[in-house]
Design a protein around this ligand. Structure first.
Ligand SMILES: Cc1ncc(COP(=O)(O)O)c(C=O)c1O
Length: 410
């Protein structure tokens, strides 16, 4: 197997495993494809990269060059975005259960603040009064690939329920805030085209109630991210052109119908932009014929947690065996001392051997950013393929990274 022309064997030999590899040209292609899909002469569309998906500074730079702003969720992300050169006016800060210090960091840096609750407004006002605020509204419905990544609806911890949204904005008006945005993010990994225009229509209907009750204008309406990518099995490619076309149609129609003025449409994609540009290369350490057959890798949930967290399934390719007929049924697991350290169960794979390379595709989003040094297995190195050349962009963690933080031992 090759990634952007470079053999995975060579990458594994040079940098060791487990190893994250990113095809930077693919990230750029994704960024441009999404922008093209939402191109409109009538509506201004602003793009904020959801940097939680993968916040490597070299990746942030690509989005900066491609004209994306940043969607940040913590003071750390905010600091990194600003240090990478993103202008505060191109940053949206969306926290949840924000602390005084979180809000202080957001307020002092002059970014747009998107509040998760009415109570957040009062915590913010203790720090200062911005000219503009946005609320994340939970429109009462959501849809995600898994329940765990369904972020709208009555089971989600996020946002102001629509029933309280009028009060939320009214309180902000009473506090003297003059300018407003509106935000929703209802789920991640969505592969159905119609979900996006449908949720936007519901949201715009709800915003019309707020507008007609309070007479406020929304300067921008942010419909979040959520654009899915195929990972495994029957997953199909999302027709992003169709999503863009139908979403813009609904936006134009409903904004006009509800006399919502001339708001900007904002998007916050993460997974769609970086997911399929990333690979995790791991090695088969051992194959156990136990009560079940296990293929044990040197990557585990410490490296890629999506399967343990949501039951997410990835395509796993065994290098050099891509064309072999799968004849072995096995569970594929890592080395962590937890029984949840299992990537997949009963997967049909070719006859594999110790030392084979197992490559997880679609590992660019919510991969290394969620990695952890549990069991003191160090976080992997990261390599970018740029113009056909491999470049290490993060070194592998070592014992020193752990020990450097240890204090006060006699
Ligand atoms: C507020 C917000 N915006 C954007 C995103 C990005 O979502 P995705 O990676 O599915 O595009 C998320 C992800 O959960 C989010 O919570």
């Amino acid at each position: 197997m090759r990634i952007s022309g470079i053999s995975v064997k060579e990458l594994a030999r040079k940098y060791g495993t487990p190893l994250y590899v990113y095809d930077f040209s693919r990230i750029r292609e994704n960024a441009r494809r999404l922008k093209t899909a939402f191109k409109s002469d009538e509506v201004q569309v602003d793009f904020y990269y959801a940097m939680k998906a993968n916040c490597h500074p070299a990746i942030l730079k690509i989005f900066l060059e491609e004209g994306y702003g940043m969607d940040c969720v913590s003071p750390g992300e905010l600091q990194l975005a600003i240090q990478t050169g993103v202008k505060p006016e191109h940053i949206l800060y969306t926290g949840n259960y924000e602390s005084h210090d979180d809000l202080k960091a957001a307020f002092n840096s002059g970014v747009k603040i998107n509040l998760d609750d009415i109570s957040s407004l009062y915590r913010l006002l203790k720090v200062g009064k911005p000219e503009l605020i946005t609320y994340r509204i939970n429109p009462g419905k959501g849809n995600g690939k898994y329940e765990e990544i369904t972020t709208g609806g009555d089971k989600a911890k996020f946002g102001v329920p629509f029933e309280k949204a009028v009060i939320a904005y009214e309180n902000a008006i009473k506090a003297g805030i003059k300018r407003f945005g509106a935000h929703m993010m209802t789920g991640s990994g969505v592969l159905e085209t119609d979900h996006f225009p449908r949720m936007l229509e519901l949201f715009l209907n709800e915003l019309s109630v707020i507008r007609s009750t309070l007479g406020i204008n929304f300067e921008f309406i942010d419909m979040g991210g959520g654009f899915g990518i195929p990972y495994y099995g029957d997953d199909e490619v999302l027709d992003i052109e169709d999503v863009g076309k139908k979403t813009l149609e609904v936006f134009r129609k409903k904004v006009k119908e509800h006399q919502l003025g001339d708001p900007v449409l904002a998007l916050e994609p993460g997974r769609y932009l970086v997911g399929d540009a990333g690979y995790l290369i791991s090695r088969v350490n051992g194959i156990k014929e136990g009560y079940r057959t296990f293929i044990g890798l040197d990557a585990g949930f410490n490296t890629l947690i999506r399967s343990a967290l949501y039951g997410a399934q990835h395509s796993i390719v065994f290098d050099g065996k891509e064309d072999e007929t799968p004849s072995l049924k096995a569970d594929i697991c890592g080395q962590i001392c937890e029984n949840t350290d299992i990537f997949t169960k009963d997967r049909m794979v070719p006859e594999v051997a110790e030392g084979d390379l197992a490559i997880f595709t679609q590992a660019g989003a919510y991969g290394n950013v969620m990695a952890m040094p549990y069991n003191l297995r160090y976080r992997p190195a990261e390599v970018a393929i740029i113009d056909g050349q491999d470049v290490q962009i993060t070194r592998r963690e070592t014992i020193d990274d752990y020990l450097n933080r240890i204090q006060n031992i006699k």
